[in-house]
Design a protein around this ligand. Structure first.
Ligand code: NAD
Length: 496
């Protein structure tokens, strides 16, 4: 059995543990690898190593750090297909979608290549007579990342390249459900020339996360995952005086105005609702049809019904299985709740199985209409291939629905009316807004800016905000004495 290695101090090693978590192929639940529950001694070594490596990495010129990212970007591009194949085999994602997962991570590494200009400070001359002030941006120390199963390439790459480009060192604890892809990313990072100890990878679950939240050598924690775990990690990390940024669950609404282009709406809603089996934090799970646009719902359900789940290497497959039997149970349970609570199930994927893969975590595409805000399928994150359709009388009505929802990751509006789009973008209490674009994930020169229960913290992932999250600002005020300076002690607070 393939036992997934740890990366500690530049070496890929087998853990001494006797406790392992099975990594399964979600298409049939066969065991394909085992993730070790890293021992306490190994956790200590990973953190200590990162601390030691920081003492030298922090002095490495920013241009050299940028060049490491350039070599890494080239290697990731060269190996994109093999990473995507591994990723698809352990997540069940279709190959094309897996390629996208890797690509969106490569784009963050490209952003990290710009680190010299992104880390520039500010200057002001003559803030008082002969006195200048300037600031430097300096790294924090050891940072930690805890990542979810659903983007095993993109999300680790949101974190460690930006942190390390800033001059920090890193301990990554990837999801135990698909840990092989992040290890492959780490192998390529070492191949790119990363010094020993700058990136370390440990495996496991809650017990392995704990020291990353409490150890005083860890200065900042980045987390992506579910709401309850995100809240726990934010509370624990900040109670231990660390910076934390925790990206959590979502319930993303799209609003469809009756003046929108119908073809564009239907095509976009198919992909954004059931693509990746709905296991995207930016997936559209609620469609709010304003006025007469509700007449499009039956045709939407028909088109979504044409999407066929299948194996990752089946070119005709629209999406793959859910990640685990527990995930499938949760989704089936919520579909049943939707029916019990009175929503109309226009398309029911609960009985779907793939022939020959009956033991896999398959759920067919599912569409509900007449969903109301008191139903569980509306209130809970389903994280499956299920779209809930609702009706609203007006844009104001739709805005009220979206703004009352506790999540605020992403939203979109489909309309040909600029004033309606402007009103929506300005008034909606959601951090990422698409106009005629269903899943508005910002490219990495912006930041990934979820709001409300979809994010706990203040500085977001990648872009300028990541630089601020992973650094400290040092501000220097200086006066160089010239011969003619005179005067006695200054007992006031002012500079002279
Ligand atoms: P999860 O919360 O179960 O796990 C995430 C990570 O936390 C994993 O590494 C896991 O080992 C660890 N973990 C689990 N339980 C823990 C505990 N009690 N204490 C400490 N650590 C723990 O999430 P998941 O199922 O892997 O991912 C799906 C979730 O992630 C969804 O809710 C989705 O919306 C969310 N997500 C959010 C974003 C975003 O940007 N907002 C992006 C991707 C995924």
């Amino acid at each position: 059995m393939n036992k997934v290695p740890l990366l500690i101090n530049g070496q890929f090693i087998q853990s001494d543990t006797s406790s392992y978590i099975d990594v399964t192929n979600p298409a049939d639940n066969s065991v394909i690898a085992q993730a070790p529950c890293t021992t306490d001694a190994e956790m200590e070594k990973a953190i200590a190593t990162a601390q030691t490596a920081f003492e030298s990495w922090r002095h490495v010129p920013v241009t050299e750090r940028a060049r490491l990212m350039m070599r890494y970007q080239a290697l990731l591009k060269e190996h994109q297909k093999s990473i995507a194949t591994l990723l698809a085999s352990e997540t069940g994602k279709t190959f094309d979608d897996a390629m996208g997962d890797v690509w969106r991570g490569i784009e963050v590494v490209e952003q990290a290549m710009n680190i010299p200009s992104m880390m520039m400070g500010e200057t002001a001359e003559n803030v008082a007579r002969n006195i200048d002030t300037y600031s430097y941006v300096q790294p924090l120390g050891v940072c930690a990342g805890i990542t979810p199963f659903n983007f095993p390439a993109m999300i680790p790459l949101w974190m460690f390249p930006m942190a390390i480009a800033c001059g920090n060192t890193f301990v990554l604890k990837p999801s135990e459900q698909d840990p092989q892809t992040p290890v492959k990313l780490a192998e390529l990072f070492m191949e790119a020339g990363a010094p020993e100890g700058v990136l370390n990878v440990v495996h496991g679950g809650k017990d392995q996360v704990e020291p990353l939240l409490t150890d005083p050598r860890i200065k900042a924690v980045s987390f992506v995952g579910s709401v309850p775990v995100g809240q726990y990690i934010y509370r624990t990390a900040t109670a231990n005086m660390k910076r934390a940024q925790c990206f959590a669950g979502a319930k993303n609404h799209t609003v469809i105005m009756p003046d929108a282009n119908k073809e564009h709406v239907l095509n976009n809603l198919v992909g954004s609702s059931v693509g990746a089996a709905g296991q995207r934090c930016m997936a559209i799970s609620v469609a709010v049809f304003v006025g007469e646009s509700k007449d499009w719902i039956p045709e939407l359900a028909e088109r979504i019904g044409q999407v066929k789940p299948g194996l990752w290497d089946d070119k005709d497959a629209g999406y793959g299985p859910l990640i685990s039997p527990q995930a499938k149970d949760r989704v089936l349970n919520l579909i049943q709740a939707g029916k019990d609570e009175g929503a109309i199930c226009l398309l029911d994927g609960s009985d779907f199985t793939l022939s020959g893969y009956e033991k896999g975590n398959w759920v067919g595409p599912t569409v509900f209409s007449d969903v109301s805000t008191d139903m569980r399928i509306y209130k809970e994150e389903i994280f499956g291939p299920v779209l809930s359709c609702m009706n609203a009388e007006s844009l104001d009505d739709a805005l009220r629905i979206v703004n009352a929802n506790p999540y605020g990751n992403g939203t979109s509006i489909f309309t040909n009316n600029g004033a309606a789009a402007r009103k929506y973008q300005h008034n909606v209490d959601v951090g990422q807004v698409g106009i005629n674009i269903p899943i508005p994930v910002p490219l990495p020169f912006f930041s990934f800016t979820g709001w409300k229960n979809s994010f706990f913290g203040d500085l977001h992932a990648y872009g300028k905000q990541a630089i601020r999250f992973y650094s400290e600002t040092k501000t220097i005020t200086s006066r160089w004495l010239e011969d003619d300076i005179a005067g006695g002690p200054n007992l006031t607070i002012s500079l002279d």
